[in-house]
Write a protein that binds this ligand. Structure first.
Ligand code: PMP
Length: 390
């Protein structure tokens, strides 16, 4: 294929996406303030952020990052196994182990890499992975990379999972992998029941708590803390990019597993460690998560209020108990239109379309921030009501 044909084939791919209302463009954000962003010179209520607790612009978090920047410089200078293992990691990893009630934790450079690395290192060819149908892309890619056998169970369907476990005839190792809080639907995995099945069928459970960590549970420890579960069969994975408002991922569990990852996990070994400012800011953010439970309460109160109000207006918003609210529209074009109207009214809630979500389930994914005011949340409801009138 000559170069001209290659470019034409790319153009064709993009025009097909455009025709299906699935073409994506990068929105440009000009500045960030409490609960708001600036776009095209206008201040807009931010309702699409994973910065659930508003810790991204908290003074002490910024100050901790600045101190580390002055003391250690801008970058890690190498992978953690070579020159990048700054002593700043220790406190961060201890904090996470404390919240997850585990022996040890390993911080990765992103949550995506944590899933990719954990799954591809632990799950071996011949093992069987049972994976929830709505698991995050990084889990799916980790499963693919692992070369283990895979079966997908229907979303949160315990009967289906149980059936799949009961049909296993070989003595291979079994892994059940699930999001703790599902990123596009906001529902919580039925972890106690999954764990019961894991005990019954001698399986291990990997829980990706990207959206629960810092938000759920009395101490912000996430989905296991929410259910009051502590079990050696669980391996915890998560991110520092959402409630912790920074960057990085983690795996937490047995010390022996962490030692194995340090030695065998390619997405951990062959990448540069986190910048010092990012490690120090995350450590301070987790300190605030542990000491300021009011933020979690405020966030979940905002989410409850929005859920009730939008349902009353007639929008399709499932019942739920987390900070993630899907407003299901179905059709990609209409979802894009609603997102554009909301933007005109000063609310940022971009359309989420396939393949991020299943076909015909395009939606707005609303996430309030703990630091939004009640007035801002009411403005959001008013904006939705105005869109309905239009
Ligand atoms: N797991 C889940 C469930 C997620 O939603 C995300 C991020 N969208 C990740 C993992 C990846 O985390 P990170 O952004 O830190 O790479």
């Amino acid at each position: 294929m000559n170069l001209e044909n290659l470019f034409q084939s790319w153009e064709k791919q993009l025009s097909i996406l455009d025709g299906d209302d699935l073409l994506r463009r990068l929105p440009e954000i000009e500045s960030v303030a409490t609960g708001k962003i600036k776009m095209n010179g206008r201040e807009i209520i931010q309702l699409a952020s994973n910065n659930y607790l508003g810790l991204n612009i908290e003074t002490t978090v910024i100050a901790a990052g600045q101190r580390a920047l002055s003391e250690y410089g801008t970058g890690a200078s190498g992978s953690r196994l070579l020159s990048g293992n700054l002593n700043l990691y220790q406190k961060l990893e201890d904090q996470i182990s404390g919240l997850k009630q585990t022996e040890a934790t390993l911080v990765f450079s992103t949550g995506y890499q944590a899933n990719l690395g954990l799954i591809s290192t632990l799950c071996q060819p011949g093992d069987l992975i049972l994976s929830d149908a709505l698991n995050h892309a990084s889990i799916i890619d980790g499963c693919r990379l692992s070369k283990a056998n895979r079966q997908i169970y229907r979303h949160c369907d315990l009967e289906h999972l149980s059936h799949q476990l009961s049909e296993i005839t070989s003595s291979s190792r079994r892994w059940i992998i699930t999001d703790g809080v599902f990123s596009m639907d906001g529902d919580i995995a039925p972890l106690p029941e999954i764990l019961e099945l894991a005990h019954q069928w001698n399986a291990y459970v990997i829980v990706d708590d990207a959206h629960g960590f810092g938000v759920l549970g009395p101490d912000g420890g996430g989905v296991t803390s929410h259910f009051g579960i502590e079990d050696d069969r669980i391996i915890h994975v998560g991110t520092l990019s959402k409630a912790v408002a920074g960057l990085g991922g983690y795996v937490s569990g047995k010390r022996i597993m962490i030692d194995l990852l340090i030695n065998r996990c390619r997405p951990f070994i062959f990448t540069t460690g986190l910048p010092p400012s990012v490690i120090a800011a995350a450590t301070e953010a987790i300190e605030l998560i542990m000491t300021q439970p009011g933020r979690r309460q405020r966030l979940l109160d905002h989410a409850d209020y929005l859920r009730v109000q939008l349902r009353q207006l007639g929008f399709s918003v499932p019942f739920g108990e987390t900070q993630i609210l899907p407003v299901i529209i179905g059709n990609s074009f209409q979802t894009k239109q609603l997102a554009n109207q909301l933007l005109e009214l000063g609310v940022f809630a971009p359309a989420i379309r396939p393949p991020t979500v299943p076909p015909n389930t395009a939606r707005l994914r609303l996430c309030p921030i703990a630091t939004h005011t009640q007035h801002e949340i009411k403005l959001v409801v008013e904006a939705f009501a105005t869109c309905l009138e239009k």
